[in-house]
Design a protein. Structure first.
Lengths: 113, 114
């Protein structure tokens, strides 16, 4: 069965500092991996996804994630964070049938000045 | 229109009440989902509708009853809920088919059961 583990429940950082949110996955088949962001009192928004091809995927707001098959990881990075990046971040993997997403427990990113 | 609209945004109900949550999208998506999210927890899948047919029920108690009257609407009927059912209920949709497609989420209905 597919699963994801987010290694950090909370990540506090200062504005303009780099950040890495860690995600490891477990799957016996090819995977589709996702990062979703949830701002307070809102639903989830897709940040980026890995389906195949280039192992480095980027979002439009400066985040990037690298798929590493040997380490079964899909860590999310940003070289310089803003206050507005404060949110809950969820790593997710598609289930084997490809019909639903399985979410990790989430990482709270708190950016302060 | 690239939104999934959920109503109401907030709902307070007693354990003997019957209420319904509504979800609407006009993107032509043929897969629609109900997720339940407790505070500080990830969303948990409840139901999946594919082409207006229930395709996944994640062993959800019968006090939750989904309905998909047409390709744009998804309802969740609630009856005899328990206080532990208090949570954020999220609706989501995608075009259908493979998982390369983006899943669009609504803002959710915050449900409190007294």
């Amino acid at each position: 069965a597919q699963s994801v583990t987010q290694l950090d429940s909370q990540v506090p950082v200062f504005e303009e500092a780099p950040v890495e949110l860690r995600c490891n996955y477990s799957s016996s088949v090819s995977v589709y991996l996702f990062w979703y962001v949830q701002y307070p009192n809102q639903g989830l928004q897709l940040l980026l996804k890995y389906l195949s091809g280039s192992t480095l995927v980027e979002s439009i707001n400066g985040f990037e994630a690298e798929f590493n098959k040997s380490q079964t990881s899909f860590h999310l990075r940003k070289p310089s964070v803003h206050i507005s990046d404060t949110a809950e971040y969820f790593c997710a993997v598609s289930n084997q049938a490809g019909t639903a997403l399985i979410f990790g427990k989430g990482t709270t990113l708190s950016v302060s000045s | 229109d690239t939104e999934v609209t959920q109503t109401p945004k907030h709902l307070v109900m007693g354990m003997t009440n019957k209420k319904s949550l509504k979800c609407e999208q006009h993107m032509g998506h043929r897969a629609m989902y109900w997720y339940k999210q407790k505070a500080k927890k990830p969303p948990e899948l409840m139901f999946v509708y594919s082409y207006e047919k229930l395709s996944i029920n994640e062993s959800v108690p019968s006090r939750f009853s989904p309905e998909c009257p047409n390709s744009s609407l998804l309802n969740l009927h609630l009856h005899a809920l328990q206080p532990e059912d208090s949570a954020l209920y999220l609706c989501a949709s995608k075009r259908g088919g493979a998982w390369g497609e983006k899943l669009f989420f609504g803002s959710g209905t915050q449900l409190s059961v007294l």
